[in-house]
Design a protein around this ligand. Structure first.
Ligand code: NDP
Ligand code: 8X3
Length: 250
């Protein structure tokens, strides 16, 4: 039974992935800051599989390392790392950007992903086996107006994904990026700081991706034979052609 660590498992894509993988015989390490949600999800899934939760903020490098070090023996060998935790904070033209938002995005989406990877990779290297999935975005491939810093952090994830694949190649570790377009999760609620109407308008007039769609793809990617590495995958709603072109019927 393979062990998967999912960051950002308390909501959206990470949560849907946990639910999907629980049905497919994976042991789960679920991570996030909201402890109540982790406990709830553990309760929901542990009749299907073994579940361990880790409650840490990816920005806190000491907490990240200590959490990974604290894993009990039966969860300590991580086969698959899903670097999913992340969010957009704000959607403002660069001249009006909020420094707190910029710090949050750089610290979570880039540095947090690196801290978790740094804590997990050494044992994969030792075992010469492992799979890392980095959740980027269409924003990793394309910049859109007012997306400036969020897009920059996701472009960084794309670069880190490629770099990881090169550096870990000699150890037989699979590394791949998955880049979703618009998925209806709590993403826009976080981006717009709880403004529910503005958040729901993002997905109005078309059928966006659901977190379950991405979970299904992640399950597919990690269940390919070991010699097959899906290195880079972009997925959008049929109604979406690019970051800014969405066929809305209003
Ligand atoms: P959600 O807001 O629903 O989920 C975000 C998850 O990240 C939560 O579980 C949250 O957990 C976790 N997280 C955020 N900040 C931290 C932190 N500081 N420390 C630890 N965990 C953190 O959004 P999505 O599911 O949509 O987003 C998941 C990933 O997918 C992100 O990387 C996002 O950029 C990417 N993505 C999303 C798209 C979309 O349209 N929704 C499209 C393309 C990519 P908690 O708050 O409990 O810590
Ligand atoms: C999330 C998709 O278009 O809101 O990365 O940036 S988008």
């Amino acid at each position: 039974m393979k062990t998967v660590l999912i960051t950002g498992a308390t909501s959206g894509i990470g949560r849907a992935t946990a639910i999907e993988l629980a049905k497919h015989n994976f042991k789960l390490i679920l991570c996030g800051r909201r402890e109540d949600r982790l406990a709830e999800l553990q309760l929901e899934l542990e009749h299907r599989t073994k579940v361990h939760t880790l409650n840490f903020d990816v920005r806190k490098k000491k907490a990240v390392q200590e959490s990974i070090d604290s894993l009990p023996k039966e969860f300590a060998e991580i086969d698959i790392l899903i670097n999913n935790a992340g969010n957009a904070h704000g959607l403002d033209p660069i001249q009006n950007g909020d420094l707190e938002d910029w710090d949050a995005m750089v610290d979570i989406n880039i540095k947090g992903l690196l801290y978790v990877s740094h804590a997990v990779i050494p044992k994969m290297v030792e075992r010469r086996n492992g799979h890392i999935i980095n959740i980027g975005s269409t924003a990793a491939k394309e910049v859109y107006p007012n997306g400036n810093v969020y897009c920059a952090t996701k472009h960084a994830v794309d670069a880190i994904n490629q770099g990881m694949r090169m550096d870990l190649n000699q150890y037989g570790i699979r590394v791949g990026g998955i880049h979703p377009g618009m998925v209806e999760t709590e993403f826009s609620q976080v981006r717009f700081k709880g403004d529910a109407e503005r958040a729901s308008n993002v997905y109005k007039g078309f059928e966006p991706l659901k977190p379950e769609d991405i979970a299904d793809i992640i399950r597919f990617v990690i269940t390919r034979p070991y010699h097959v590495n899906i290195a880079d995958l972009m997925v959008m709603s049929t109604a979406q052609a690019s970051s800014t072109i969405v066929n809305r019927i209003l």
